[in-house]
Design a protein around this ligand. Sequence first.
Ligand code: NAD
Length: 347
Amino acid sequence: MNKKRILITGGAGFIGVNLASKLLENKNNFVVVYDNLSRKGTENNLRWLLSKKYKDLKFIKGDVRDYKKLKETARGCREVYHLAAQVAVTKSVDDPIEDFKINAEGTLYTLEAVRKASPDAIFIFASTNKVYGELLHLKLKEGKTRYILTDKKNGINEAENLDFHSPYGNSKGVADQYVRDYHRIYGLKTVVFRQSCIYGEHQYGNEDQGWVAHFVIKSLLGNKINIYGDGKQVRDLLEVSDLIGAYLLAVRNIEKIRGEIYNIGGGPENTFSLLELIEFLKKILNIDIKYDFSDWRPGDQRIFISDNTRLKKELNWIPKVSKEQGVRKLIDWIGDNIDIIKKTNSK
Ligand SMILES: NC(=O)c1ccc[n+]([C@@H]2O[C@H](COP(=O)([O-])OP(=O)(O)OC[C@H]3O[C@@H](n4cnc5c(N)ncnc54)[C@H](O)[C@@H]3O)[C@@H](O)[C@H]2O)c1
């Protein structure tokens, strides 16, 4: 039988390896992981994936800026998950050109490669809530441990104005719009997910990106946490298995939702401020956690909560893993891998 060939760019990253292992549970799938292994921790992730000895997994070391190689790789694919990216706002500020080349140009090359090599493939893109910018117009109250939205009780929906802020916001925003437009202009079967804060196993979080994992790692190592801003900024947390559930639902319902864009996150029930996550960790780990403060980072939203209403209505999707369950699971994974994480992050 002909297996379904599926391409994951950035497939050795945090979301990528979780997605690959989920897809490989289905014996009809053949998964191609395409990654340049530039992110710290990706080699460990890849080793973990390969150690499972899947017969239907192929790794290709490649860059999304290499159009020719992408096109060869995309040939025969029926699904493409485009996850490869420069993922840190901080790094994008340091080197906006590199960031643009990977996120904006790299996405255009990936779209074009799929259009030329496999025009019927389904194309799922991992965008970000950063396309909405700093959201300074939101009505907020300052509480003791967090900012509170006084309107938009369900969070921010897809009707919010685009307002790219930071080179990362710009490069992902450009990519987000290209992906939607490849549906309109070329009929590609695309879906864009504007993701909130995603967390879970295989996430090598650091100060630049992956703050939940970063806070857990620092806490378990007994290191001080540096908070940018006042720590009252609020994020909605989505455990990676729930995100993957939405990707798979999108694929199953592609005829209904092709060309669409969805916000996706933990929603109003799964929010933590930075200070509140530290308090939660102190309580469940039964330790003291030290932290101090420095200046806000560019484009840092005081609050972001994803309004998941459209996803619920159109795909019957809601997050299943609560923030407490998810963070406990992450603590277990980090605890089991703390030596390798320490070594990787200090390289
Ligand atoms: N994790 C989150 O909270 C979050 C939130 C919003 C959006 N996203 C998006 O989701 C996607 C996956 O994020 P993640 O958290 O798994 O990050 P990650 O850094 O773990 O994964 C990204 C992967 O892309 C690879 N990569 C980077 N540059 C590349 C290039 N030029 N060519 C090929 N591969 C390259 C990296 O080696 C890495 O494996 C990204 O597009 C990111 O912007 C993530």
